[in-house]
Write a protein that binds this ligand. Structure first.
Ligand code: PXP
Length: 238
C-alpha cells in the first residue's frame, strides 16, 4: 500500500511570518497523523527560515508514525541528525536564495564525499534517502554511496507545460523508479505533487511513498488539515 508523508514546513513558515508561536507545526503533525498520514517530514534549513530546532526536538518526542528529516549534507546537520535520530534522513541540496528545493542532489559528482557522509549517518543507526533527479546516473551513484532510499524529484513533472509533456516526464519517473528498484533501492517521490498531478501515480507499485507539503497545506487553509490529508490519502491509495 503506497504511503503518504506530510511535510509541515509551511505551517512553520506561517508562524515565522510573525515570529510568534502559532500555528505550531507540532500540532499540525499530530492532526496529519490522526487523518491518516504515514509519516511527517520537516526540512531543517541552515538559515532556520521555517522549522526551528525546537520543532525537531518536539516532533521526535511526539510523532507516532515516522519522522523524516530533510537536510543538507553539512557537519552541523550530521551532528543534529545523529543526536535527534529521525526515522529517515533525506539529503537535499540547499541554497540560501531559493524559495524551495530547486533540484535533485548531485550525487554522481560527489561520490567520495557522500559515501563518507552517508556512512557517518549509518554508523549513527540512521537510514538514508537521497533526493535525486530521475536519472539513472544519479540512482547508480545513490547505491554506490550507501543510501537505502531515493526520493525522485517530481518538480519538473509537476511544472510540465502540457499534458503531453507531463506524460513524457511521468514515463521518465516510472523508468527511473524501475531502475532504482532493480538496484535494490526503495523509492519515494515528491515535490510539486498536488491533488491532480498525483493521479497517474495511483496503482503504480514502483512508487512506494509520496512526500507532499505545499498542496496539502494550501488546501488545509480552506478546508481544514484533516480533510486535506484524508483526501490526499484517498487519492494515493485509491
Ligand atoms: N521532497 C523534498 C526533498 C522537498 O524539499 C520538498 C519541499 O520541501 C518536498 C518533497 C515537498 O514538496 P511540496 O511542498 O511541493 O509538496
Amino acid at each position: 500500500m503506497p504511503k503518504l508523508e506530510v511535510n509541515v514546513d509551511h505551517v512553520a513558515t506561517l508562524r515565522q511570518a510573525r515570529l510568534g508561536a502559532e500555528p505550531d507545526p507540532v500540532t499540525a503533525a499530530a492532526l496529519a497523523e490522526l487523518a491518516g498520514a504515514d509519516g511527517i517530514i520537516v526540512h531543517l534549513r541552515e538559515d532556520r527560515r521555517h522549522i526551528q530546532d525546537r520543532d525537531l526536538q518536539l516532533l521526535r518526542q511526539t510523532v507516532k508514525t515516522r519522522l523524516n528529516l530533510e537536510m543538507a549534507a553539512t557537519p552541523e546537520m550530521l551532528e543534529i541528525a545523529r543526536e535527534v535520530k529521525p526515522d529517515l534522513v533525506t539529503l537535499v541540496p540547499e541554497k540560501r536564495q531559493e524559495l524551495t528545493t530547486e533540484g535533485g542532489l548531485e550525487v554522481a559528482g560527489f561520490i567520495g564525499f557522500l559515501r563518507d557522509y552517508v556512512q557517518k549517518l549509518r554508523e549513527g543507526g540512521l537510514r538514508v534517502s537521497l533526493f535525486v533527479d530521475p536519472v539513472n546516473k544519479q540512482l547508480d551513484a545513490a547505491l554506490e554511496v550507501g543510501a537505502q532510499w531515493v526520493e525522485l524529484h517530481t518538480g519538473t513533472y509537476a511544472e510540465a507545460a502540457s499534458p503531453k509533456e507531463a506524460q513524457r516526464l511521468f514515463e521518465e519517473l516510472l523508468s527511473a523508479a524501475r531502475h532504482a528498484r532493480s538496484l535494490g533501492l526503495r523509492v519515494k517521490c515528491g515535490h510539486g505533487l498536488n491533488y491532480t498531478n498525483i493521479k497517474p501515480f495511483r496503482g503504480r507499485p514502483e512508487f512506494e511513498e509520496f512526500s507532499i507539503g505545499h498542496s496539502i497545506m494550501a488546501r488545509a487553509i480552506l478546508v481544514g488539515l484533516e480533510r486535506a490529508v484524508r483526501e490526499m490519502v484517498e487519492l494515493i491509495r485509491g
